[in-house]
Design a protein around this ligand. Structure first.
Ligand code: NDP
Length: 447
């Protein structure tokens, strides 16, 4: 069997049958190409049609989300939930609220989630959802009415043993709270395990807020150590200034690095003295302001409206904003300025061309699928605590997170050694995530 041709035929069919879904096509292509060596060693996955089945979501739900704004005007948004794969556990993945959201983006994220969740070693399947609702500039009451309307439909499709959504871009503790309140009212059941990222007063887990950013740094630290390096004394650039960016900055600083730049969708700030994280937390988490406000407090720092944050020289780049934020030219710029490692906090922030630049230049690269799995892993720990009706301490959760990130590195690296050149964590993590799901799919028959 010519596995390369087999995969190319599947990619062609996928592109034909999912026209215009560029993000989903790119994500699927990246994974499928890397699976060739795994299929060569495991022909049973071909006989059982595992690849053909894994690229097709088990279920896609699309729905209307009507709500009333503060002026009494009716607004309508599109809602999505893609339940991609439940071979190893209930569907699990965040909800994204952003005007760019469409079916292609939700399918790309849901597809990635299958492999990421598998890598955590925990029993969670893959899913993702969201809406093209733009939370920016909305009042608290408008956010609440939107979340309630969204959950009025979503509630019938999810449950603690079926599908467990969480936060993503535009969905933090506030939104999860409003959604949980509505779910509870509709179902007349206090099923804490139906959503993760909850507040600490109603079933949330200590350490969940920090988990993705901390987990990213734990993973990159493993990668650096494996190559005789560390965060100590390194200059770091982090894009975004949301949940992942803030806690990646916190942990990298704790490990001795100096984080000098971060951004939002309007521009970036550069502070050669190292970022004042407490100020960023206040601006972003409490006051919900733009990052440019930073320079009002620190006039010695620079704000670059619309600039490219990847032009700031650094040793380590941690993209933590959104997909496709590092293209080929930005990757070249990073390498030229001496960047030795890139760790993805966001989902697919590097384009396929950018990843080629890292490969060519032997830049250490931690792909998001593996490196940002700490958030969903801690969500699964939240589910465990909800099932047991117990709460672990922050230290217990953090120790488990650290261990999980180490294991993800070890299993990704092992597959990179078995199936690639020993360095390529893209291939390593894709195959490590795939093997477990594929085995489970074979065991469960053609369903
Ligand atoms: P947040 O909404 O908290 O923050 C997102 C940040 O990225 C904001 O600062 C936002 O700026 C910025 N941003 C968004 N779009 C762009 C853009 N086009 N250009 C520049 N900056 C942009 O989201 P999270 O921190 O939760 O998520 C960030 C990334 O991490 C996403 O890719 C998400 O899928 C991924 N991720 C998140 C996890 C989590 O646990 N939260 C888990 C795993 C992955 P602005 O305010 O201007 O929009």
């Amino acid at each position: 069997m010519d596995c390369k041709k087999y995969i190319n035929d599947i990619i062609e069919k996928l592109e034909r049958e999912n026209p215009g879904e560029t993000e989903f096509q790119a994500a699927a292509k990246e994974v499928l190409i890397s699976l060739v060596p795994a299929l060569e060693k495991n022909p049973k996955f071909i006989e059982e049609g595992v690849v053909e089945r894994i690229i097709e979501p088990e279920r896609v739900v699309m729905f209307r989300v009507p709500w009333v704004d503060d002026n009494g005007k009716v607004q309508v948004n599109k809602g999505y939930r893609v339940q991609f794969n439940s071979a190893i556990g209930p569907y699990k993945g965040g909800l994204r609220l952003h005007p760019s959201v469409n079916l292609s983006i939700i399918k790309f994220l849901g597809f990635e989630q299958i492999f990421k969740n598998s890598l955590t070693g925990l029993p969670i399947g893959g899913g993702k959802g969201g809406s093209n609702f733009d939370p920016k500039g909305k009042s608290d009451r408008e956010i609440m009415r939107f979340c309630q309307s969204f959950m009025s439909e979503l509630a019938r499709h999810i449950g603690p043993d079926t599908d467990v959504p969480a936060g993503d871009i535009g969905v933090g503790g506030r939104e999860i709270g409003y959604m949980f309140g509505q779910y509870k009212k509709i179902r007349n059941a206090n099923e804490a395990g139906v959503l993760t990222g909850k507040g600490l007063t109603y079933g949330g887990s200590l350490g969940r807020t920090e988990a993705t950013g901390y987990g990213l740094v734990y993973f990159v630290d493993e990668m650096l150590k494996d190559n005789g390096l560390s965060f100590q004394g390194k200059t770091v650039v982090v894009s975004g200034s949301g949940n992942v960016a803030i806690y990646a900055t916190e942990k990298a600083t704790e490990l001795g690095a100096k984080v000098v730049a971060c951004s939002d969708s309007n521009g970036y700030i550069y502070d050669k003295n190292g970022l004042d994280l407490e100020l960023i937390k206040r601006l972003k988490e409490v006051e919900r302001k733009r990052i440019k406000e930073y320079v009002a407090v620190h006039p010695e720092a620079e704000y670059h409206e619309g600039g490219n944050i990847w032009s700031v020289p650094c040793d380590i780049a941690l993209p933590c904003a959104t997909q496709n934020e590092i293209d080929e030219a930005s990757a070249e710029l990073l390498v030229k300025n001496g960047c030795i490692a890139v760790g993805e906090g966001a989902n697919m922030p590097s384009t396929l061309d950018a990843i080629e630049v890292y490969r060519r230049n032997k830049t250490l690269f931690a792909p998001g699928k593996a490196a940002n799995a700490g958030g969903v892993a801690t969500s699964a720990l939240e589910m465990s605590q909800n099932s047991m009706r117990l709460s672990w301490t922050k230290e217990e959760v953090d120790a488990k997170l650290k261990n999980i990130m180490k294991n993800i590195y070890v299993s990704s690296k092992a597959c990179a050694v078995d199936y690639a050149d020993g360095r390529d964590l893209v291939i390593g993590s894709n195959i490590a995530g795939f093997l477990k799901v594929a085995e489970a799919m074979v065991a469960q028959g053609i369903v």
